[in-house]
Design a protein around this ligand. Structure first.
Ligand code: ATP
Ligand code: MG
Length: 373
Protein backbone atom coordinates (compact mmCIF):
# COMPACT_ATOMS: atom_id res chain seq x y z
CA UNK A 1 0.00 0.00 0.00
CA UNK A 2 2.89 2.37 0.76
CA UNK A 3 4.33 1.70 -2.68
CA UNK A 4 1.03 2.60 -4.26
CA UNK A 5 0.88 5.77 -2.21
CA UNK A 6 4.43 6.74 -3.08
CA UNK A 7 3.31 7.19 -6.68
CA UNK A 8 0.45 9.54 -5.79
CA UNK A 9 0.51 12.98 -7.34
CA UNK A 10 1.29 16.04 -5.27
CA UNK A 11 -2.21 17.29 -5.93
CA UNK A 12 -3.87 14.16 -4.52
CA UNK A 13 -1.60 14.12 -1.48
CA UNK A 14 -2.34 17.77 -0.78
CA UNK A 15 -6.09 17.27 -1.13
CA UNK A 16 -5.95 14.43 1.36
CA UNK A 17 -3.76 16.21 3.88
CA UNK A 18 -5.70 19.47 3.70
CA UNK A 19 -8.91 17.42 4.06
CA UNK A 20 -7.60 16.17 7.39
CA UNK A 21 -6.96 19.66 8.70
CA UNK A 22 -10.47 20.85 7.92
CA UNK A 23 -8.89 24.11 6.69
CA UNK A 24 -10.34 25.79 3.60
CA UNK A 25 -8.04 26.65 0.69
CA UNK A 26 -8.13 30.25 1.86
CA UNK A 27 -7.21 29.37 5.45
CA UNK A 28 -4.37 27.11 4.38
CA UNK A 29 -3.10 29.74 1.93
CA UNK A 30 -3.04 32.26 4.79
CA UNK A 31 -0.89 29.94 6.90
CA UNK A 32 1.46 29.24 4.02
CA UNK A 33 1.81 32.91 3.14
CA UNK A 34 0.38 32.44 -0.35
CA UNK A 35 -2.78 33.53 -2.11
CA UNK A 36 -5.86 31.35 -2.22
CA UNK A 37 -5.40 31.04 -5.99
CA UNK A 38 -1.97 29.49 -5.45
CA UNK A 39 -3.38 26.69 -3.29
CA UNK A 40 -6.24 26.25 -5.74
CA UNK A 41 -3.76 25.80 -8.61
CA UNK A 42 -1.72 23.27 -6.61
CA UNK A 43 -4.86 21.25 -5.94
CA UNK A 44 -5.87 21.48 -9.57
CA UNK A 45 -2.45 20.11 -10.54
CA UNK A 46 -1.82 23.23 -12.66
CA UNK A 47 1.13 24.45 -10.61
CA UNK A 48 3.52 23.28 -7.90
CA UNK A 49 5.15 25.01 -4.93
CA UNK A 50 8.73 26.22 -4.89
CA UNK A 51 10.98 24.61 -2.26
CA UNK A 52 10.38 27.58 0.02
CA UNK A 53 6.59 27.43 -0.23
CA UNK A 54 6.66 23.65 0.07
CA UNK A 55 8.44 24.00 3.43
CA UNK A 56 5.83 26.51 4.55
CA UNK A 57 3.09 24.17 3.37
CA UNK A 58 4.48 21.13 5.19
CA UNK A 59 4.89 23.21 8.33
CA UNK A 60 1.28 24.43 8.08
CA UNK A 61 0.04 20.86 7.58
CA UNK A 62 2.04 19.55 10.55
CA UNK A 63 0.71 22.32 12.78
CA UNK A 64 -2.90 21.84 11.70
CA UNK A 65 -2.83 18.03 12.18
CA UNK A 66 -2.89 17.34 8.44
CA UNK A 67 -0.21 14.61 8.59
CA UNK A 68 -0.66 11.26 10.33
CA UNK A 69 0.77 11.07 13.84
CA UNK A 70 3.97 8.98 13.88
CA UNK A 71 4.17 9.17 10.08
CA UNK A 72 4.76 12.87 9.75
CA UNK A 73 8.33 12.55 8.50
CA UNK A 74 7.38 9.89 5.95
CA UNK A 75 4.45 11.93 4.69
CA UNK A 76 6.55 15.09 4.46
CA UNK A 77 9.01 13.10 2.33
CA UNK A 78 6.15 11.84 0.17
CA UNK A 79 4.97 15.38 -0.49
CA UNK A 80 8.48 16.51 -1.36
CA UNK A 81 9.10 13.51 -3.62
CA UNK A 82 5.79 14.12 -5.40
CA UNK A 83 6.77 17.72 -6.22
CA UNK A 84 10.21 16.57 -7.42
CA UNK A 85 8.45 14.08 -9.65
CA UNK A 86 5.60 16.31 -10.88
CA UNK A 87 7.30 19.71 -11.29
CA UNK A 88 9.99 19.82 -13.97
CA UNK A 89 11.74 22.86 -12.48
CA UNK A 90 11.96 21.58 -8.92
CA UNK A 91 15.37 20.07 -8.07
CA UNK A 92 15.90 21.06 -4.43
CA UNK A 93 16.58 18.00 -2.27
CA UNK A 94 14.68 17.38 0.94
CA UNK A 95 16.11 19.25 3.93
CA UNK A 96 16.36 16.68 6.75
CA UNK A 97 17.71 19.14 9.31
CA UNK A 98 14.86 21.53 8.70
CA UNK A 99 12.25 18.77 9.19
CA UNK A 100 13.93 17.44 12.33
CA UNK A 101 13.89 20.88 13.92
CA UNK A 102 10.30 21.48 12.81
CA UNK A 103 9.13 18.23 14.41
CA UNK A 104 11.17 18.91 17.56
CA UNK A 105 9.61 22.34 17.97
CA UNK A 106 6.15 20.95 17.40
CA UNK A 107 6.71 18.19 19.98
CA UNK A 108 7.91 20.74 22.51
CA UNK A 109 4.79 22.84 22.02
CA UNK A 110 2.23 19.99 22.11
CA UNK A 111 3.65 17.04 24.05
CA UNK A 112 0.45 14.94 23.77
CA UNK A 113 -0.98 15.23 20.29
CA UNK A 114 -4.58 14.14 19.99
CA UNK A 115 -4.28 10.93 18.03
CA UNK A 116 -7.97 10.31 17.64
CA UNK A 117 -9.58 13.36 16.10
CA UNK A 118 -7.50 13.77 12.98
CA UNK A 119 -5.22 10.79 12.57
CA UNK A 120 -7.31 7.67 12.69
CA UNK A 121 -7.08 6.41 9.11
CA UNK A 122 -5.74 6.91 5.62
CA UNK A 123 -8.69 9.13 4.80
CA UNK A 124 -9.81 12.17 6.69
CA UNK A 125 -12.19 11.09 9.40
CA UNK A 126 -14.74 13.61 10.53
CA UNK A 127 -15.40 13.31 14.23
CA UNK A 128 -19.06 13.12 15.11
CA UNK A 129 -20.69 16.19 16.58
CA UNK A 130 -21.28 14.30 19.81
CA UNK A 131 -17.51 13.85 20.19
CA UNK A 132 -16.48 17.35 19.33
CA UNK A 133 -19.41 19.51 20.27
CA UNK A 134 -19.12 21.05 16.79
CA UNK A 135 -22.10 21.58 14.57
CA UNK A 136 -23.50 18.61 12.62
CA UNK A 137 -21.41 17.40 9.70
CA UNK A 138 -23.66 14.72 8.29
CA UNK A 139 -27.31 15.14 7.37
CA UNK A 140 -28.81 11.86 6.20
CA UNK A 141 -32.28 13.18 5.40
CA UNK A 142 -34.43 10.10 4.82
CA UNK A 143 -31.60 7.77 3.80
CA UNK A 144 -32.49 4.18 4.79
CA UNK A 145 -30.77 2.18 7.46
CA UNK A 146 -28.05 -0.03 6.01
CA UNK A 147 -27.92 -2.62 8.79
CA UNK A 148 -29.70 -5.30 6.72
CA UNK A 149 -27.72 -4.60 3.55
CA UNK A 150 -26.59 -7.78 1.78
CA UNK A 151 -24.13 -8.62 -0.99
CA UNK A 152 -23.21 -6.35 -3.90
CA UNK A 153 -19.55 -6.80 -3.09
CA UNK A 154 -18.27 -6.12 -6.62
CA UNK A 155 -20.54 -3.14 -7.14
CA UNK A 156 -19.51 -1.66 -3.81
CA UNK A 157 -15.84 -2.08 -4.62
CA UNK A 158 -16.29 -0.35 -7.96
CA UNK A 159 -18.18 2.65 -6.66
CA UNK A 160 -15.94 3.09 -3.62
CA UNK A 161 -12.98 3.15 -5.97
CA UNK A 162 -14.65 5.78 -8.16
CA UNK A 163 -15.29 7.99 -5.15
CA UNK A 164 -12.18 7.51 -3.04
CA UNK A 165 -9.42 6.67 -5.53
CA UNK A 166 -10.55 8.24 -8.77
CA UNK A 167 -12.13 11.25 -7.02
CA UNK A 168 -15.11 11.14 -9.35
CA UNK A 169 -17.24 14.27 -9.17
CA UNK A 170 -20.53 12.62 -10.16
CA UNK A 171 -21.54 8.98 -9.68
CA UNK A 172 -24.86 7.82 -11.10
CA UNK A 173 -26.60 4.68 -9.82
CA UNK A 174 -29.21 3.62 -12.36
CA UNK A 175 -31.70 0.77 -12.52
CA UNK A 176 -35.36 -0.16 -12.52
CA UNK A 177 -37.64 0.47 -9.55
CA UNK A 178 -36.96 -1.72 -6.53
CA UNK A 179 -33.66 -3.10 -7.81
CA UNK A 180 -31.71 -1.59 -4.88
CA UNK A 181 -30.35 1.83 -5.97
CA UNK A 182 -31.20 3.66 -2.78
CA UNK A 183 -29.89 0.76 -0.70
CA UNK A 184 -26.47 0.64 -2.34
CA UNK A 185 -26.21 4.43 -2.46
CA UNK A 186 -26.86 4.56 1.29
CA UNK A 187 -24.30 1.82 1.93
CA UNK A 188 -21.73 3.61 -0.19
CA UNK A 189 -22.43 7.03 1.29
CA UNK A 190 -22.19 5.79 4.86
CA UNK A 191 -18.95 3.94 4.08
CA UNK A 192 -17.18 6.84 2.39
CA UNK A 193 -18.62 9.71 4.46
CA UNK A 194 -15.63 9.74 6.86
CA UNK A 195 -13.44 10.82 3.92
CA UNK A 196 -15.54 13.95 3.46
CA UNK A 197 -15.87 17.04 5.51
CA UNK A 198 -19.63 16.94 5.21
CA UNK A 199 -22.29 14.55 3.87
CA UNK A 200 -25.74 15.70 2.76
CA UNK A 201 -28.45 13.27 1.57
CA UNK A 202 -31.75 14.37 0.10
CA UNK A 203 -34.54 12.51 -1.68
CA UNK A 204 -36.15 14.34 -4.60
CA UNK A 205 -39.34 12.30 -4.31
CA UNK A 206 -41.37 15.43 -3.54
CA UNK A 207 -39.71 17.34 -6.39
CA UNK A 208 -38.31 20.35 -4.52
CA UNK A 209 -37.41 23.26 -6.85
CA UNK A 210 -33.65 23.32 -7.41
CA UNK A 211 -33.33 26.71 -5.72
CA UNK A 212 -34.83 25.21 -2.58
CA UNK A 213 -32.40 22.28 -2.62
CA UNK A 214 -29.50 24.67 -3.28
CA UNK A 215 -30.50 26.80 -0.34
CA UNK A 216 -30.58 23.79 2.01
CA UNK A 217 -27.26 22.50 0.73
CA UNK A 218 -25.55 25.90 1.04
CA UNK A 219 -26.80 26.31 4.59
CA UNK A 220 -25.66 22.85 5.60
CA UNK A 221 -22.29 22.79 3.83
CA UNK A 222 -21.35 26.19 5.20
CA UNK A 223 -22.24 25.13 8.75
CA UNK A 224 -25.15 27.63 8.56
CA UNK A 225 -22.60 30.40 8.06
CA UNK A 226 -23.93 31.36 4.63
CA UNK A 227 -27.40 32.37 3.53
CA UNK A 228 -28.16 31.44 -0.07
CA UNK A 229 -28.20 34.48 -2.36
CA UNK A 230 -31.15 35.21 -4.64
CA UNK A 231 -31.40 33.40 -7.93
CA UNK A 232 -30.50 29.92 -9.11
CA UNK A 233 -27.28 30.91 -10.88
CA UNK A 234 -25.92 32.77 -7.85
CA UNK A 235 -26.80 29.86 -5.58
CA UNK A 236 -25.11 27.40 -7.89
CA UNK A 237 -21.97 29.55 -7.89
CA UNK A 238 -21.89 29.58 -4.08
CA UNK A 239 -22.44 25.84 -3.94
CA UNK A 240 -19.50 25.23 -6.28
CA UNK A 241 -17.32 27.47 -4.15
CA UNK A 242 -18.25 25.39 -1.09
CA UNK A 243 -17.54 22.14 -2.96
CA UNK A 244 -14.09 23.50 -3.87
CA UNK A 245 -13.32 24.67 -0.38
CA UNK A 246 -14.08 21.44 1.44
CA UNK A 247 -14.57 17.91 0.25
CA UNK A 248 -18.29 17.27 0.58
CA UNK A 249 -20.45 14.30 -0.29
CA UNK A 250 -23.89 15.04 -1.75
CA UNK A 251 -26.57 12.49 -2.55
CA UNK A 252 -29.66 13.11 -4.67
CA UNK A 253 -31.95 10.08 -4.41
CA UNK A 254 -34.93 9.52 -6.77
CA UNK A 255 -33.64 11.83 -9.48
CA UNK A 256 -36.16 10.34 -11.96
CA UNK A 257 -38.85 12.43 -10.26
CA UNK A 258 -37.47 15.43 -12.19
CA UNK A 259 -37.39 13.74 -15.59
CA UNK A 260 -40.17 13.36 -18.14
CA UNK A 261 -41.16 9.71 -17.89
CA UNK A 262 -40.08 7.28 -20.59
CA UNK A 263 -38.35 9.78 -22.84
CA UNK A 264 -35.32 7.97 -24.17
CA UNK A 265 -33.60 11.28 -24.88
CA UNK A 266 -34.24 12.30 -21.30
CA UNK A 267 -35.83 15.68 -20.77
CA UNK A 268 -36.59 17.52 -17.55
CA UNK A 269 -40.11 18.17 -16.37
CA UNK A 270 -41.09 21.79 -16.68
CA UNK A 271 -39.41 23.91 -14.04
CA UNK A 272 -36.69 21.36 -13.21
CA UNK A 273 -34.04 22.01 -15.86
CA UNK A 274 -31.98 23.71 -13.15
CA UNK A 275 -31.08 20.26 -11.83
CA UNK A 276 -29.50 19.51 -15.21
CA UNK A 277 -27.39 22.66 -14.89
CA UNK A 278 -26.44 21.56 -11.38
CA UNK A 279 -25.30 18.13 -12.56
CA UNK A 280 -23.37 19.57 -15.43
CA UNK A 281 -21.64 22.19 -13.27
CA UNK A 282 -20.67 19.65 -10.61
CA UNK A 283 -19.33 17.30 -13.29
CA UNK A 284 -17.42 19.91 -15.28
CA UNK A 285 -15.97 22.14 -12.61
CA UNK A 286 -12.83 21.33 -10.63
CA UNK A 287 -13.48 20.64 -6.95
CA UNK A 288 -12.84 17.89 -4.42
CA UNK A 289 -16.42 16.84 -3.72
CA UNK A 290 -18.69 14.11 -5.02
CA UNK A 291 -22.37 13.98 -5.99
CA UNK A 292 -24.10 10.59 -6.01
CA UNK A 293 -27.36 10.44 -7.95
CA UNK A 294 -29.80 7.53 -7.99
CA UNK A 295 -32.36 7.37 -10.77
CA UNK A 296 -34.63 4.96 -12.64
CA UNK A 297 -33.86 6.90 -15.82
CA UNK A 298 -30.51 8.27 -16.88
CA UNK A 299 -30.19 12.03 -16.46
CA UNK A 300 -29.02 13.28 -19.89
CA UNK A 301 -25.94 14.99 -18.40
CA UNK A 302 -24.37 11.68 -17.40
CA UNK A 303 -23.79 10.81 -21.06
CA UNK A 304 -22.75 14.34 -22.01
CA UNK A 305 -20.20 14.44 -19.20
CA UNK A 306 -18.24 11.42 -20.34
CA UNK A 307 -14.60 12.47 -20.41
CA UNK A 308 -15.00 14.14 -17.02
CA UNK A 309 -14.55 12.17 -13.80
CA UNK A 310 -18.14 10.97 -13.93
CA UNK A 311 -19.18 7.32 -13.72
CA UNK A 312 -22.41 5.36 -13.93
CA UNK A 313 -23.30 2.08 -12.27
CA UNK A 314 -26.07 0.17 -14.05
CA UNK A 315 -27.48 -1.91 -11.27
CA UNK A 316 -28.68 -5.41 -12.13
CA UNK A 317 -30.56 -7.85 -9.93
CA UNK A 318 -29.34 -9.62 -6.81
CA UNK A 319 -27.67 -13.02 -7.22
CA UNK A 320 -29.01 -16.22 -5.66
CA UNK A 321 -27.00 -16.15 -2.39
CA UNK A 322 -27.84 -12.46 -2.00
CA UNK A 323 -31.54 -13.08 -2.62
CA UNK A 324 -31.47 -15.88 -0.05
CA UNK A 325 -29.80 -13.59 2.47
CA UNK A 326 -32.36 -10.88 1.75
CA UNK A 327 -35.20 -13.30 2.56
CA UNK A 328 -33.50 -15.03 5.50
CA UNK A 329 -36.02 -13.66 8.01
CA UNK A 330 -38.96 -15.20 6.08
CA UNK A 331 -37.64 -18.71 6.87
CA UNK A 332 -38.61 -20.11 3.45
CA UNK A 333 -37.92 -23.71 2.47
CA UNK A 334 -36.82 -24.95 -0.92
CA UNK A 335 -34.14 -26.75 -2.89
CA UNK A 336 -31.24 -24.92 -4.49
CA UNK A 337 -33.16 -25.16 -7.76
CA UNK A 338 -36.30 -23.66 -6.18
CA UNK A 339 -34.28 -20.72 -4.88
CA UNK A 340 -32.61 -20.20 -8.23
CA UNK A 341 -35.96 -20.23 -10.03
CA UNK A 342 -37.61 -17.89 -7.55
CA UNK A 343 -34.86 -15.29 -7.73
CA UNK A 344 -34.62 -15.53 -11.53
CA UNK A 345 -38.38 -15.15 -11.92
CA UNK A 346 -38.21 -11.76 -10.18
CA UNK A 347 -34.99 -10.70 -11.84
CA UNK A 348 -33.21 -10.43 -8.48
CA UNK A 349 -35.34 -7.36 -7.73
CA UNK A 350 -35.03 -6.65 -3.99
CA UNK A 351 -38.45 -5.09 -3.60
CA UNK A 352 -40.27 -7.78 -5.61
CA UNK A 353 -38.48 -10.56 -3.72
CA UNK A 354 -39.37 -9.10 -0.35
CA UNK A 355 -43.04 -8.81 -1.33
CA UNK A 356 -43.28 -12.28 -2.83
CA UNK A 357 -41.26 -13.79 0.01
CA UNK A 358 -43.84 -12.50 2.45
CA UNK A 359 -46.68 -14.02 0.39
CA UNK A 360 -44.87 -17.37 0.22
CA UNK A 361 -44.52 -17.32 3.98
CA UNK A 362 -48.15 -16.45 4.61
CA UNK A 363 -49.96 -18.27 1.79
CA UNK A 364 -47.70 -21.26 1.08
CA UNK A 365 -46.40 -21.91 4.57
CA UNK A 366 -42.94 -20.89 3.40
CA UNK A 367 -42.75 -23.59 0.70
CA UNK A 368 -41.05 -22.08 -2.35
CA UNK A 369 -41.73 -25.17 -4.50
CA UNK A 370 -45.48 -24.95 -3.82
CA UNK A 371 -45.46 -21.28 -4.85
CA UNK A 372 -43.53 -21.97 -8.06
CA UNK A 373 -45.87 -24.80 -9.14
N1 ATP B 1 -28.46 -5.29 -1.31
C1 ATP B 1 -29.57 -5.20 -0.57
N2 ATP B 1 -29.54 -5.56 0.72
C2 ATP B 1 -30.66 -5.50 1.47
N3 ATP B 1 -31.85 -5.08 1.03
C3 ATP B 1 -31.92 -4.70 -0.25
C4 ATP B 1 -30.80 -4.73 -1.12
N4 ATP B 1 -31.18 -4.29 -2.33
C5 ATP B 1 -32.48 -3.99 -2.23
N5 ATP B 1 -32.94 -4.24 -0.99
C6 ATP B 1 -34.30 -4.06 -0.50
O1 ATP B 1 -35.17 -4.02 -1.59
C7 ATP B 1 -36.10 -2.95 -1.50
C8 ATP B 1 -35.91 -2.03 -2.69
O2 ATP B 1 -34.61 -1.47 -2.64
P1 ATP B 1 -34.35 0.08 -2.93
O3 ATP B 1 -35.34 0.93 -2.26
O4 ATP B 1 -32.93 0.33 -2.65
O5 ATP B 1 -34.61 0.10 -4.49
P2 ATP B 1 -34.54 1.30 -5.50
O6 ATP B 1 -33.83 0.82 -6.70
O7 ATP B 1 -34.01 2.50 -4.83
O8 ATP B 1 -36.09 1.52 -5.86
P3 ATP B 1 -36.82 2.83 -6.39
O9 ATP B 1 -36.53 2.95 -7.84
O10 ATP B 1 -38.27 2.52 -6.12
O11 ATP B 1 -36.34 3.98 -5.60
C9 ATP B 1 -35.85 -2.28 -0.18
O12 ATP B 1 -36.74 -2.78 0.77
C10 ATP B 1 -34.45 -2.70 0.18
O13 ATP B 1 -34.29 -2.76 1.56
MG1 MG C 1 -34.86 4.32 -4.39
Amino acid sequence: MDTARAAESFRDLLLRHRGRTGLTQLELAGRVGAGRRTVQDWEAGINHPSAELLKALIQALVEAGGLTAEREAAEAHELWAAVLRDAPRMHTPFDELWLASLLRERAARSPAPDATAHHAGTIAPVASSAETGEERRQDWGDAPDVLGFVGRVDEQTRVRNWVLEQHCRVVGVLGIGGIGKTSIAAKLAKDVAPAFHRAYWRSLRNAPPVSEWLSGAIGFLSGQQLVAPRGEAARLAVLLELLRDRASLLVLDNFETLLEPRQREGGYREGFAGYGALLRAIGETFHQSCLVVTSREAPPELAVLSGHPVRTLDLGGLGVPEGQALLADKQLLGTAENWGNLIARFGGNGLALKLVGESIRQVFGGDIGAFLD
